[in-house]
Structure formats: structure tokens, C-alpha cells
Write a protein that binds this ligand. Sequence first.
Ligand SMILES: [Zn+2]
Length: 196
Amino acid sequence: MRKPQLGYIETGEAIMGPIFDSLLENPTDFPVTLVFCNGSSLTHLNRELIIKAGGREAVTKDSPFVALHSDQDPDVFRRVLLDLMSDRPQIKLILTTSVLAMGFDSPHVDRVIHYDPPSDLTDYMQQIGRCGRSGNPAEAVLYFNATDLSNVRKHPGGKSVDQFCKTTGCFRGALMQYFDCPLSTVKNCCNFCTGD
Ligand SMILES: [Zn+2]
């Protein structure tokens, strides 16, 4: 696991470029990944991914990625949900706004990436709760910068996200404390607890 790199600036390309490359090079071994982001990031990331995949004409129903947003065709939603509930999902990376969270219960999601921070911690818990439902190890990664946090603080529940991002101790502990849950000890807890 990586140590938190607070203050270290990565561009969007530096964050997602290697992930997109890895997906397109070997979709079979790529862990099923949900990427939560806001609407404008979704448009941008989807465009980057399509370009890397060879252009819009190269993107077919069998492509290992999809973008889900509130204006997406309901048939695409149904196809994605059916695929993710199947024994061997073919879709490995889903770019999504907050439309895919509650009620989505696939056992195959191994990783959740927040390319943008959520607007409150309840949303965050619901969204990261989509991974690891098989009981296998899963990973939640949250990216933010000062501009993101400034925008997040404008939301009613945004202060809690701002405080969470600035946590200087265990991230799991901070979440459990916020939701008034008993803290359990786990292996590979978070990057503060199990760095190196
Ligand atoms: Zn921890």
C-alpha cells in the first residue's frame, strides 16, 4: 500500500493513464474497478479512455469499460448490472457518477477509486461499500486536492469529507468514529496503518 502523499500533486493523466493502459493491455486480469467522479471528470476520463482504446469506432458492446451517468441509456445500465452479477464479468472498469451505489450488490468489485471526493461521508461509505462484498481483499482509493476540498465544503455534508481527507491517523478509525461504529482490527487496514 502507498503512504499518503499529502501535498503531492498528480495530474489526472498521471493518476488514470497507467490504470487505463493496464485495463486495455490485459482486461482478463484487471480487477473489477468502479471509478466515482463528478460529471465533468466523467466526460473527460471517458474521452481519454476511448482515445486510448483506439477511438469511438473501436468501442463496442464487448469493450471492458463503460461510463454510467444519469443520462445513460437504461439498456446500458441493465447490461452492465447483468454483466457484473454474472460469474465472470467482462466489464472491468466502470466510470460512474453517484448513480451507481445503493442497491448495487455485485460480489466482483475489487477496487473503488474516487477520482473526485464525494460530497458527504454517507455517500462515501455507500460507494466504497460496493467493493469487497465477496469477502476477498479490496481496495478503496480517494484522490483530492485543495480545490476539490474547497468545492466539497460548499455541500451540506462536505465538512465531514474535508475533515476525513485531512485525517492524520487511521482512515478506517476516522470513518468508524464518524458513524459511531465499534472499531475492529483488520489486516491491511489503511495506508496510515500498513504503509511500506
Ligand atoms: Zn488504518
